[in-house]
Design a protein around this ligand. Structure first.
Ligand code: BGC
Length: 512
């Protein structure tokens, strides 16, 4: 072979090799693009399924108001329990003295001592001790639970300084905030219907939780009387109303979610004949269990529900509250990882249920660093996914945004549902499931007391909720509605209600 033909052969094989390499690169690029498109497809599908147009939110509003009506008409008439709280008067502001509360219902447990000065808004002092609830206690026995509560209460009382001794014949009045679905039999007694938020202490279901606490308190030798049994929403409404008498509802958006509001006795059909039919009563809606075909439900919600300890229950709560938002986001990210290799091999951390907690999700969502450093850190530290490229981190932020936006907007629709039911949405309210004639000219100032870490600590959630409220109501009506954050209302409100029901108090006069 001559030099020329050898050179030609080399050139040809080089050309073949580089064409081959180019072909491989093209194939790789095409595959990468296909996988990326698949990931974008997952995102798009999720975003569309979570859509909360104002039209859809208005349907949710209507459904909420109709279900409220059905739940008030008969026991079991709706998935909304619309439980009677037996709170027919709220503190007048004249209450004085020292009252206590224990507050259990989410990730934290609190004991409080509240000193009331006898004038509206005169909370002279408030001491509170908070501790997180040991995980094992949530699925233990009622004996362990009440022992934990009363031991904490005993230590709290023992730490009190001199001057707090009881007068002879007096007991300390305590409000018991127990934030799970309860069928109340009076303002200070009620049976646990079922657990939510990951609690599961089977032997307490069906029992009077206030009586159980009283027995545990007696066993510890404490001079304490459980004078009020209170849902956290009712505590929040009570404190809100104590500061501002235009307060008509209380909402919690934290680990779980729920709302209560002031309802006219004549509208509570299911208790007519049992109770006087004039005046008002606080109704604990247990809205976490609300359901409507108008809710934008995705395959991730369906799977989360099926895998939960309470399938078919708490559907609204599972789309809104802090217990679930991180988990929804984790499921979407997992699906993306399974559809492609944008997150590398699927990590055990990503596959672990409830491994992405909502507070971490919110940090990723609100990461303002240019290279989304926090997103990368949490993906690595918590989910075990290292070295995630920037464009994939952006995708994760988008997932968090979709989950949060839907949750906040649905919560806003729930609030407007209440306003509609009581005629404070500018439409004149509903009677017998039908909308009354509309009139927004006489709209009264309306305050909704609100608490819960999701609303108070998560700026994007709060902004989405507030924005949706204005969208649904329209600016003219929305300007009459105030969402007022209360502080420790679930506990302080329970102490206020204990004061209302105290046998020690001099002035117990009050009217909502
Ligand atoms: C409970 C409610 C409670 C809400 C907020 C829900 O899971 O069922 O009773 O008010 O969480 O804490």
């Amino acid at each position: 072979m001559g030099k020329v033909s050898f050179g030609l052969a080399v050139a040809v094989s080089c050309a073949v090799a580089s064409t081959g390499i180019a072909a491989v690169l093209v194939v790789r690029r095409v595959r990468r693009r296909t996988r990326w498109n698949r990931v974008l497809g997952v995102l798009k599908e999720f975003e569309e399924a979570c859509s909360t147009s104002v039209g859809r939110l208005r349907q949710v509003v209507d459904a909420m108001a109709v279900e409220m009506h059905a739940g008030l008409a008969s026991e079991g008439g709706s998935k909304l329990k619309m439980s009677l709280s037996f709170v027919q008067k709220l503190p007048s502001g004249n209450e004085r003295g020292i009252y206590y509360a224990v507050d259990i219902g989410g990730t934290n447990f609190r004991v409080l001592r509240v000193q009331l000065g006898g004038k509206r808004s005169a909370i002279v002092g408030c001491d509170a001790e908070r501790q997180s609830i040991p995980q094992e206690l949530m699925t233990s026995t009622s004996e362990d639970l009440f022992d934990f509560i009363t031991s904490s209460l005993k230590q709290f009382i023992e730490k009190e300084g001199r001057g707090s001794e009881l007068l002879p014949g007096r007991r300390r009045d305590l409000g018991f905030t127990f934030s799970f679905p309860v069928k109340q039999t009076s303002a200070s007694s009620g049976h646990l219907i079922k657990w939510t938020k990951g609690f599961r202490i089977e032997d307490l279901v069906g029992r009077d939780v206030a009586e159980c606490l009283q027995q545990a308190v007696n066993k510890k030798g404490l001079d304490v009387r459980v004078s009020a049994l209170v849902n956290d929403t009712v505590g929040t409404l009570t404190l809100g109303h104590y500061h501002d008498p235009d307060t008509v509802a209380g909402v919690i958006i934290g680990t779980g979610t729920n709302a209560c509001y002031l309802e006219g006795m004549d509208a509570i059909i299911k208790c007519q004949g049992l109770l006087r039919t004039s005046g008002v009563m606080v109704i604990n809606m247990e809205w976490g269990n609300f359901w409507s075909s108008h809710l934008p439900r995705t395959s991730y919600d369906v799977d989360l529900d099926a895998d939960s300890p309470n399938p078919n229950d708490q559907g609204f709560e599972k789309m809104i509250s802090g217990m679930y938002l991180g988990e929804i986001a984790r499921r979407v990210i997992l699906r993306m990882a399974q559809e492609s290799n944008v997150f590398g091999p699927v990590s055990p951390g990503l596959s672990m249920p409830f491994n992405l907690r909502t507070p971490l999700m919110s940090v990723m969502h609100e990461d303002e660093s240019p290279d989304l450093r926090e997103v990368a850190r949490i993906l690595d530290d918590t989910l075990g996914i290292p070295d995630v490229p920037l464009k994939v981190r952006r995708l994760v932020v988008k997932v968090c945004d979709i989950v949060t936006r839907r949750a906040a907007r649905l919560a806003a629709a729930g609030i407007v549902g209440i306003l509609k039911k009581i005629g404070r949405d500018g439409s004149g309210g509903i009677t017998n499931g039908r909308t009354r004639g509309s009139s927004d000219s006489n709209m009264r100032r309306t305050v909704v007391a609100i608490e819960g870490a999701l609303y108070t600590n998560y700026r994007s959630f709060r902004e989405y909720l507030n924005e949706a409220l204005v969208e649904i109501l329209g600016e003219d009506i929305a300007q009459h509605v105030t969402l007022q954050v209360t502080k420790d209302g679930s506990g302080v409100g329970a102490a206020l209600l204990a004061a209302c029901h105290s046998s020690n108090i001099v002035d117990r006069d009050g009217s909502p």
